[in-house]
Design a protein around this ligand. Sequence first.
Ligand code: NAD
Length: 291
Amino acid sequence: MTAVGFVGLGIMGSPMAGHLVAAGHQVTGFDLATEAVRKLAQTGGRTAGSVAEAVDGAEVVITMLPADPQVEQVVLGEGGVLEAAKPGTLVIDMSTIRPETSQAVARAATERGLRALDAPVSGGETGARQASLSIMVGGAEADFAQARPLLEALGKTIVHVGPAGAGQVVKAANQLVVGGIYALVSEAIVLLEAAGVDPGPGLDVLAGGLAANRILDLKRESMIARQFQPGFRIDLHHKDMGIVLAAARQAEVALPVSALIAQLIAAGRAMGYGSLDHSALLRVVEQLSGR
Ligand code: NAD
């Protein structure tokens, strides 16, 4: 049994914290949304009224927050995780943020006698609910070894990919591939419908051939039915494409297709779809053809 402080009980964090409770850990959770904290209490977790309270006495702290500013505030800020946690605590940030921010967190943790890992995830809300996430971990090998049993309660593919920040670089690579597949599945649906071919059986065939992928498996029916409740919001994928393009600039590589995907997602936000699931990229592709 590990004493875990958990901050950020949203679409992903809520089921993840629930799995840790179910695995027998003592989980104390905090979120700005009181409803999210209440939900954790219903599953047997403990509730906290602040970040400092959630972290008090924890051996491991997990954060699952929207983006860089929230991680900077919650982890590095006044009254935050690094200030409130006892020395030796392992801080695992599972949010998707810039690699540089994860490296800054790791440095600040070391300065305070704590340890930190970046451990972003892939698999979406379904993966979080089914504890089948892919987890890409950056940081020290020994810290990864300590984190592994906890992470095994949350995911199936758990890989140490390198030093601090490396997990976020792998996540950036993941997000450009996911964005590209959504854009192309959207184009396939628009083409089929415009040409008078039923996209249902059409995509069934694609899902059995070389074009097979998990997005076709999990999302083709909801996309054809235009059901876009999140899931993973366009706003968050927009944030992630910013991370991809910044990482590309940092590494001095050209990623032209990623730049195009980023613009399609930006168009989705501009069209007012920011709070819809990223499968709503279909709406953007449709509107480009006046449909
Ligand atoms: P979400 O917005 O549903 O959850 C974030 C939670 O953090 C919210 O409940 C919010 O109230 C809370 N929060 C924000 N600021 C806070 C603060 N200062 N103190 C305490 N709580 C605070 O987002 P999500 O979909 O769960 O995503 C979380 C992270 O996981 C993001 O970085 C996202 O990119 C990543 N991610 C999401 C998915 C997905 O499918 N939703 C998949 C993989 C990765």
